[in-house]
Design a binder for this molecule. Sequence first.
Ligand code: FAD
Length: 401
Amino acid sequence: MGKTKIVVVGAGYGGLATAVTLQRKVNADNVSITLINKNDYHYETTWLHEAAAGVISANDVCYEIEPLLKDSATFVQATVEALDVDSKQVLTTNGVFNYDYLVVGLGFEVQDYGIPGIKEHAQSISNALSASKIWTHINAQFAMYEKEQSPEYATIVVGGAGFTGIEFIGSLVDQLPKLAQAYHIPQEALRVICAEADTSILPGFSESLSLYAKQQLEARGVEFLTQTAVIGVTDKAVTVRGPQGEEAIAASTLVWTAGVKGSAVIEQSSIPSTGGRVQVLPTLNVADYPEVFVVGDSAIVTDRYHQKPYPPTAQIAMQQGEAIANNLQHLLEDEPLTPFMPNLKGSVCSLGSGDGVALVKEREYTGRKAAVLKKMIDNHALFLVGGPGLIAKKGKFNIFK
Ligand code: FAD
């Protein structure tokens, strides 16, 4: 009998956690694990806002995938074009892969809700490349301001005041004094505007933490427009609609963080999905295709105590990856599958250097304590995937900054 073939698509938090956990559990004589990813590197999605704001480089957020794999696991760099779950095949730019078990961890894509101009003119913080493009774009716009003194070049609009938007703004305002000096822009000419359709910012955090975040950023010059939706964008203006009606803000930069959806590859497959995200069983596989597991942002998992889906987070993606690896081991050993039981430790949102808000184990933290917690979590995520070696290479050591 040949080896059992396990194919994992996507080497984000979920796919990588599945592969590195599974390779420790299986015998390379009987099982082959193939990890397929678009790039030959993994990027720390939770650090992308820092790369987008130029606090760290795109290189700082990436590390090579291949050195993390051993024995039973092989890496293939390829873009997945289709999942043919009826014939148990993955079709990629680098060939067709047959599988006995499939793990799908293709992450998220930008959702533009059909708003005119988002596709053509907005920037997004969705991968290492798009993040570094934002920093390049901002620098180019500020250079234009230095030449032409026209306000749109010094105005940055952020669409969405969720986790991604707020973390980006926090890092961005750290950089503004440096940028103003480099491009000879008076500080008062610089505008950072956050447009949010909801009545408050940072859903998922308590009212007091969200208020703290808003006040801290406002004190650093950020203008919040709540109950205000972005309804159009060109290369020179962002049009918003709020309580005061419509307004075209002269701005040549819109960073769009207000919408994500699942993968188009999933949407086009015969796996039942909603917007490219798959409602999985508590054991993280698909009812119609039990040999297919789905991990991370690609999966919708219902919290059975609160009867609502868990939020798409790196923390949950990594824990699901470990749970899927355990369940694959159970399948290989003819044992029953076990349901996913997350150990939710809380969440921390950075507000730039030395500041943040955190809810950890039901306790709230703000300021430097939250910032320290954030760096400890970042380092812990590296440790889980690559041990002390990866921390030595990519870790955040100045945790009190
Ligand atoms: P991803 O990490 O998105 O990985 C998907 C992988 O699939 C990528 O490697 C991609 O290249 C690959 N891929 C996609 N399509 C294809 C294809 N067709 N072929 C081959 N490969 C493909 N969560 C937290 O818990 N804490 C935080 O502090 C936090 N901060 C965040 C900050 C920002 C700026 C952002 C954007 C997100 C943040 N999140 C945070 C959310 C978290 O990053 C996501 O929930 C997490 O990345 C999901 O992991 P994943 O494995 O599902 O997908």
